[in-house]
Design a protein around this ligand. Sequence first.
Ligand code: IDP
Ligand code: MG
Length: 155
Amino acid sequence: MERTFVMLKPDAVQRGLMGQIVARLEAKGFRPVAMKFMRIPRELAERHYGEHKGKGFFPGLISYMTSGPVLVMVWEGDNIISVMRGMMGKTNPVEAAPGTIRGDFAQQTGRNIIHGSDSPESAKREIELFFNDYELLSYEACNKVWMFEQAQTPS
Ligand code: IDP
Ligand code: MG
């Protein structure tokens, strides 16, 4: 089972969209592994978005990401990294399809409400950046036989 790092950005929190977005992931059958409501220190925001350092939008991105609390999460599911990117929609909400999170709830790239890891390497790096091992919880999901063909059906 694959894991990904998801962050509801400060605008999602301020606009009261956390519940609706979490509800979409739950309804899909993805399983929460960790969640933390926090204010990101500037240094952590700069490390998280290190690949964009030097780009014109970087200073604005860092002030956006540190402007208020965010909800950082780890979720687990079948091929969740790419499926989650699809559920989020394109980076620019103008191009994000209706039915996606950015397509339904956002209008501009600089206020696109959600982050999700784009590869297994990014997921590992981002999970380690925001969470300690003991914050990642393992537990039995009661619905797994109804979600996964490989899990044994009760007889
Ligand atoms: P992603 O979030 O879909 O992976 P990236 O290209 O990795 O997209 O960019 C990271 C974040 O930086 C975006 O989600 C967005 O918040 C911000 N960003 C990217 N490009 C721009 C831009 O041209 N203007 C303003 N913000 C941008
Ligand atoms: Mg990215």
